[in-house]
Design a protein around this ligand. Structure first.
Ligand SMILES: [Zn+2]
Length: 365
């Protein structure tokens, strides 16, 4: 899809912003809780949530919108419980990766190690819960840290180290699969992770593509607003209620860029013609597509309309048709950008399976 993004000139790596810069204000917020879990779900989905029934199979690829995505509204306690009781797989233990011979995303040395920053004075155990990593694992990665003493606010801890023997691996489908050795999305100056982040893990190609896209967006708009990062997957994947997908490390929710000042929050905002910043959202979508790793981007049709109007300024009709489901053409079912109910306040981006990973399924379920 690089041809869809030609208006953006390539940027030298050296010009890119450094990762792990100090996060801006506003990181004290715990979770994004835009609406109660089921409130924003389509009617059909509400019954699915209630019964646990399966949804009809989707086409592949790109998948038509499965009616399963729900904005974030997970109470901290629920997530903490997940983090503690879930089958968290240590990244440096377990079976050897089954994709060792494949070319995972380019070895971007900067991402061989990922650090996260303690958001307050906090114990290592509490931090491990907030970050969805086992305390023993966090200690192993940070042997210099005194286990008994609280971690000072602003301390950077290593949460991931690249290990060719235990690469991240997406297994199965977004709706049914899991993730092995999940890689955490790094902090960055142009995007905002939540302080509570047990669901911020993905495959290597997903994380690398996100960092690339986010950095390029930040370079275009260095004064912000920051990109609001929602949930990806748990470190070892699996269920992440109330989402139906987000299980295999290839899905992420991203808040739309809206007009006006950045309020420093994580909260999603419902978009309309007045507050939807079409130019910046189009730039963000372009940067994502430019990575070549996107399978589908789910955006509510009414917002696709606004985005399409913006994209029309830059792209010829045939490229527009290949990109947008809206307006309806014969190519709509295969367009990269698809409608999915419930995506009026955030977009959902699904990344491709890692190259050569035969255990990963492009189907939704
Ligand atoms: Zn989602």
């Amino acid at each position: 899809m690089r041809d869809a993004a030609d208006k953006l000139s390539p940027r030298p790596l050296a010009q890119r912003l450094t990762l792990f810069a100090a996060l801006g204000a506003g990181l004290g917020l715990v979770t994004c809780a835009a609406v109660p879990a089921k409130e924003n779900a389509p009617i059909a989905m509400q019954s699915v949530l209630a019964t646990g029934a399966d949804l009809p199979a989707s086409t592949i690829p790109p998948a038509r919108a499965p009616a399963d995505d729900i904005p974030l509204a997970i109470p901290v306690s629920a997530d903490s419980a997940n983090a503690q009781s879930g089958p968290v797989t240590p990244a440096v233990a377990g079976e050897p990766s089954e994709i060792e011979d494949t070319a995972v995303a380019d070895a971007d040395e900067r991402l061989h190690e990922v650090f996260w920053t303690a958001h307050e004075k906090i114990s290592l155990d509490a931090l491990a819960i907030a970050w969805g990593i086992k305390a023993a694992q966090l200690r192993e990665l940070n042997p210099e840290v005194d286990r008994e003493a609280p971690i000072a606010e602003g301390t950077k801890l290593l949460v991931y180290r690249h290990d060719p023997e235990h690469l991240p691996q997406s297994i199965g489908s977004p709706n049914r699969g899991k993730l092995r050795n999940g890689m955490p999305l790094p902090e960055g100056p142009g995007w905002r992770l939540r302080t509570h982040r047990p669901r911020t893990y993905g495959t290597t190609n997903t994380i690398h593509a996100l960092v690339e896209a986010f950095e390029d967006f930040t370079e275009l708009y260095p004064t912000g607003p920051k990109i609001r990062v929602g949930e990806l997957a748990r470190r070892s994947g699996g269920r992440v209620p109330p989402h139906r997908s987000h299980r295999s490390g290839r899905d992420i929710d991203i808040g739309y860029i809206f007009r006006g000042i950045d309020d420093g929050e994580h909260r999603w905002k419902y978009m309309n013609v007045r507050n939807f910043d079409a130019e910046k959202n189009w730039a963000l979508v372009q940067e994502l597509l430019e990575t070549g790793q996107v399978q589908t981007i789910y955006i509510a049709k009414k917002l696709q309309k606004l985005l399409h109007k913006e994209a029309k300024k830059h792209l010829p009709p045939e490229q527009l048709a290949a990109l947008f489901e809206y307006p309806k053409t014969s190519e709509s079912p295969h367009a990269k950008i698809q409608h999915w109910r419930g995506h009026s306040n955030h977009m959902h981006v699904r990344f491709l399976c890692e190259e050569g990973n035969r255990r990963c399924s492009a189907r939704s379920k």
